[in-house]
Design a protein around this ligand. Sequence first.
Ligand SMILES: CC(C)(COP(=O)(O)OP(=O)(O)OC[C@H]1O[C@@H](n2cnc3c(N)ncnc32)[C@H](O)[C@@H]1OP(=O)(O)O)[C@@H](O)C(=O)NCCC(=O)NCCS
Length: 196
Amino acid sequence: MRVSSATAPQQVTPEPASGVRVRSATAADVPAIFENIGYWASQGKMLVRPIPSIFENLRDFFVAEVDTPSGPVFAGNGSLHVLWGDIAEIRGLAVAPDVSARGVGRALVAACEAEARRLGIPIVFAWTYSVGFFEKCGFTLIDKSRELHPRVWSECLRCPFFGGCNENGLVKRLEGVPMPIGLPEPPPAQVPPGIR
Ligand SMILES: CC(C)(COP(=O)(O)OP(=O)(O)OC[C@H]1O[C@@H](n2cnc3c(N)ncnc32)[C@H](O)[C@@H]1OP(=O)(O)O)[C@@H](O)C(=O)NCCC(=O)NCCS
């Protein structure tokens, strides 16, 4: 069964918490994004993302800011990468450690979902170690050993943990976004060994 047909509709993620704003990233944000992802990668919470990859995918990225007495301050980043006509992946989601548990992560996920809706993409997917957070955002944990949308494995060949993947996959069907009609079939997946 494909991800696209395996999931029930879920509620839309709520609006961002007050004092948190999310905007599209600009080139000037790249050093902060790189540093933030690098911090969490050093904690073993996500994979490192090289600066060239952030620049190349800059249009995918959102940045969150929180208000402080001296003005808005960088609070985190996340990106939505289109995988196919029916599915997009949340990548590089990282909240600055000093603003955790203030709704920043949820606001970034909401921005990614809004972007998927704007593009007419009905399914949002994520690989992560933070299962509980995504469940709070309305995502459902998937069984990796089942047949999934072939495009969810698109980055795995470049991953250092290709042969020993321990990330979890979660998916959310965006309510009210219809499945696009007449999509071409995606190419076959290169699934990491040991998954099936
Ligand atoms: C996971 C992460 C994005 C959460 O960001 P955050 O801004 O602290 O989360 P929010 O404040 O928006 O939390 C939203 C909800 O999720 C819950 N939550 C947050 N992190 C959680 C976790 N690790 N496990 C379970 N629940 C979690 C919160 O309690 C909150 O629940 P509530 O609505 O009932 O109060 C952030 O901790 C982070 O960047 N972690 C490291 C990188 C990472 O794991 N990225 C994920 C994709 S690779």
